[in-house]
Design a protein around this ligand. Sequence first.
Ligand code: WTA
Length: 651
Amino acid sequence: MTTPAIETILTEDRRYPPPEDFAAQANAQPDIYERSFDEFWETEGRERLSWFEPFTQLYEWKPPYAKWFLGGKTNVTYNCVDRHVERGLGDKVAYHWEGEPEGERRDVTFAELQRETTRLANALKTLGVGKGTAVGIYMGMVPEAAIAMLACARIGAPHTVVFGGFSADSLSDRLHDMECEVLITQDEAWRRGTTVPLKRTADEALREAPSVRSVVVLRRTGNDVPMTEGRDFWWHELVEGEPDDPASCPCEPMDSEDLLYLLYTSGTTAKPKGIAHTTAGYLCGVATTHHYIFDVEPDSVYWCAADIGWVTGHSYIVYGPLCNGTTGVLYEGTPDFPDKDRWWEIVERYEVDILYTAPTAIRAHMKWGHEHAEKHDLSSLRLLGSVGEPINPEAWEWYRRHIGGGRTPVVDTWWQTETGMIMISPLPGITTTKPGSATKPFPGVDAAVYDESGNEVGPGGGGYLVLRRPWPAMLRGIYKDDERYAETYWSKYGDVYFAGDGARIDEDGDFWLLGRVDDVMNVSGHRISTIEVESALVDHPRVAEAAVCGRNDAQTGQAIVAYVTLKGGEDGSVEMLEELRNHVARKIGPIAKPANIVFTPELPKTRSGKIMRRLLRDVAEQRTLGDTTTLADPGVVEEIRDRAAAEATEE
Ligand code: WTA
């Protein structure tokens, strides 16, 4: 018998069939799974997008490169903005924007989006930006960030958005790699009641990014920032006098395969990869998944609470929802400013019906307590979504119960910057959901789990998640690095895409994501995924969050170390420690009992909220942790924090 690539130890029996009334009205009905791959994407491509010239071939697959909708010409901004206005939806709200300082609110309609996008596009042209000119965007969560992206797409200028929390080095690396000629930024951003000096950081970055000729600066906070004569322009001055009539700047006809944007993702190795997404396939992929998975209705108020700087923001705040003409919410600040009920106040105010966020945010709300949500009327919510990490079943349950009122379906959506669109997810009117499972591949997606040697693993087995057919929104490569593209995604199994995530399939054919394969632990020859042990810990009523990693152990190969945050900022104790070890043993078996537990008030996370297990591993390796117990050690905790901070800036 061969050892499975990853073993399954945690089982979850709770089941939630879709509510009947939801199922009856849902955008996706059961026959969607009967549609063939070609027919599905052909129809979605023709009907969901508007074309200047129709495509003549659905796709071409020359591994590892795919092209979609060949021969077609279209424009992303035309699809996301202009066509809605032409159809009489100009007065519909595209974004309810909520600034962080209280009382700052603004509704941006599709007509306004069109005018603002046109003016900025005209202004960018005066700076010499045209089809193919690379533009960097380094902004906070303001409507102008979306406007900047759409203005670029309008004239065929590919963009790279750099998350506003990144350092000067990260920004200059990206601007330099893409050879951006223009940077769009803002004076400062608001965050948790203080200002983030975006322009100053940009100035520092620009010293190392000589390709940037001009900088456009949005005035947001109004505080003084240095401006370099001849290089820097205030947004409001630059667009002054520019026409806002769409005919003054027609949407550039783009080939289906023209570059829309690069988004840099750091992953585990040092140099960030410029993930390339093109025009038509990407737009079709994100709009189609958005329509069926989030079950958007014409009068929906949809809120994806991610940052525009991540792929989730690109695909499910900007391009997917706007292509579908959906009204969205855009919130500038943090969830705990001025208080921990800010999100719930926003849901109540705008009567949000669809909320999409990440497990890390859900666990933060769990830690703060459900009383904050209880202060508000959340009855408008119909559907909840999760993305970014495996969601612990207890966090899923909490989300459904305390935010969704025990009524709403929860869709756990698996995808990556590289996939561009959601790949594995429940369809909320069809799928019986299970807390912790992303359930089924989306129609027109071929996902499977393989063992080490490339055999498909059947029900009950664990292994590596792969994608066997190309999909419209798939990455078209890593910018300027074909070799790394082939090596990273296509070398393990030949013509099959290797996602780098562990997964298992249960007896119903549902997928359970097990985290990055680099995180899998090997304890006495058993390959155990970190998420299952973490979920067993989070299952304990007093645990808010847990991160697990392996450290070298002479006897067992690796021993399990757990970092645990208790609810309400409680301190750990020897009793608690024993209780948790026994809890894990009861939930999933003695093999998974952590050798050490470290209580810590916070876990180290990446800027996008993912737990940094690699760092915890380093910390665990460097410390001689006692054989059984380690109590809260401020030294360890500080070290985790300091190093997390250092790494996050390096990223
Ligand atoms: C993880 C975010 C489990 C996974 C859209 C993937 C998930 C990586 C899920 C991509 C999920 C994302 N369940 N794991 N629902 N969603 N992941 O590029 O490890 O920031 O490979 O894209 O996040 O992260 P990225």
